[in-house]
Design a protein around this ligand. Structure first.
Ligand SMILES: [Fe+2]
Ligand SMILES: [Fe+2]
Length: 311
């Protein structure tokens, strides 16, 4: 029997209830809000997220992983709405793992950090005691579930307006290496969750603006001589890239789209990924459930080859 893991990301729940207009106008929030809302050709739609929760409920996976950017502006009503969304999965909190994205720590780092952990504490519990204090809470968590060892990282750090880069930091990467070496993890398939991916976006300035500061060190930590699944969000693009590791091992980079984004590019259309994972054989199958906007339902699709994706 294999374990079925569902992976969704970046629902970007927007809820401005109770936010005074001056708070919108006088700081970074306006820039971020305009940036996200006024791009042409794609729209975040809450109804699609609701349809996704219903699709997932019917499918009843063993575990659901959510790789960050649950909110837009890290506002309390957004965290409330995001938590209600998770609860509509109808799963036990032990079956849902959540990590923060850059939007969940938007401005006012310390305060937002406490907010993420307080709203999602049930979904970030750990079976191993390896976590360090970070802006997003205490990470990494390690959750041992059947064939899986889920290792949740926080790459979210408060940044200047329009900068969406992330950082794991020395202490968290050391804890990641310790987790990957732990016997309870080694006897399972390691599934590492990070909002920022293990490869850089293309473009001259993109890595500095949207990438991971300590990317090379992160990849070196993942490269531990055994296959590893590295799930991420942030790019809002679906894809499966097989990166060569040492000893013939593979680092499977697995990107999920934004759960709410209706987009003309099929690789960016709202979807979630499904992974069948087996302790002995690793990743047995990866595919996606993609929103069909005309039929208003989710349909099976292959996961595109992510090699050469531009982020
Ligand atoms: Fe995002
Ligand atoms: Fe992001």
């Amino acid at each position: 029997m294999s374990t079925l893991l569902a992976h969704l990301s970046d629902p970007h729940v927007l809820d401005l209830r109770g936010v005074p207009l001056h708070r919108m106008l006088l700081n970074k929030r306006l820039t971020g809000w305009l940036n996200l809302r006024l791009k042409r050709g794609h729209k975040h739609r809450p109804a699609v997220v609701e349809a996704m929760m219903a699709d997932l409920r019917a499918l009843a996976p063993d575990h659901v992983a959510i790789t960050g950017d649950l909110t837009n502006l890290a506002l309390e009503p957004e965290f409330e709405a995001a938590r209600a969304m998770i609860e509509r999965l109808g799963l036990d909190p032990e079956q849902v793992s959540v990590i923060p994205g850059n939007h969940d720590l938007y401005t006012d780092g310390a305060r937002r950090a406490g907010r993420f952990a307080s709203f999602f504490h049930k979904y970030i519990t750990s079976d191993l005691d390896l976590a360090v204090d970070l802006p997003g809470g205490r990470f990494p968590f390690v959750r041992l579930r059947d064939d899986l060892a889920l290792i949740g990282l926080s790459s979210a750090v408060p940044r200047l307006p329009l900068v969406a880069s992330g950082r794991l930091g020395d202490a968290q990467r050391a804890a990641l290496r310790a987790a990957l070496a732990h016997p309870e993890v080694r006897s399972r398939v390691p599934v590492v969750l990070s909002h920022h991916p293990v490869v850089d976006p293309r473009g001259r300035f993109a890595p500095a603006l949207r990438g991971l500061e300590d990317l090379a060190a992160f990849r070196a930590s993942l490269d531990h001589g055994r296959d590893v699944l590295a799930l991420h969000g942030h790019w809002h693009r679906r894809g499966h890239e097989k990166l060569a590791g040492s000893n013939g091992a593979t680092i499977h980079r697995l990107g999920a789209t934004s759960a709410s984004l209706v987009h003309h590019d099929h690789e960016k259309m709202a979807s979630y990924n499904l992974y069948e994972i087996d302790r002995a054989s690793g990743l047995v199958r990866a595919h996606a459930r993609v929103w069909n906007a005309l039929r208003e339902r989710f349909e099976d699709a292959e996961l595109p080859d992510g090699a050469g994706q531009t982020g």
